[in-house]
Design a protein. Sequence first.
Length: 172
Amino acid sequence: MRKVYKYLLIVLLIVLQTTLFRFIDIFGVKPDAAFIVVLSFSLLNGSWEAIYLSLFAGLIQDILFNNALGVTTFSLLIVSYITGLLSKSVFKESSFVAFVFVFLGTLLYNLITMFSMVLMKYEFNFLSDFMNVAMIQAVYNSVITAFAYRYLVSFNRYVNENKVNFFRKGKF
């Protein structure tokens, strides 16, 4: 039953992303909170959870915000699945590992999205947009992850094990 909390968190973050986060943009780029959470849970719980959460978050974002249904879902699904597969060989609870995964994952996510846009004949400057959007968003998402990851680890333990008090101090 507590696993529903992850889906509710994603919905809450998508709402926050569209309302409050637009005021905290840097150079016109805002953080992608749903992406950070999905990638963090993929890193912590593996590829199966990555599939479920990325399909859920991606479809909500595609339905609400995109003209082309499936672009966000496909990009998020690929990146989170790869993260889930690679999570078997890393120390999952390290904020630095999460920082690196979110940085590289954001770059790959944006590359897949831009490649999809090329296939759909969108007009844009690939190199300029990659440097001005993807790189800034990768740094922005990674910095947020460095601070938020330990809370996501605690939340994940709370949801999965039913034993840990979510806001308990002393473990980190």
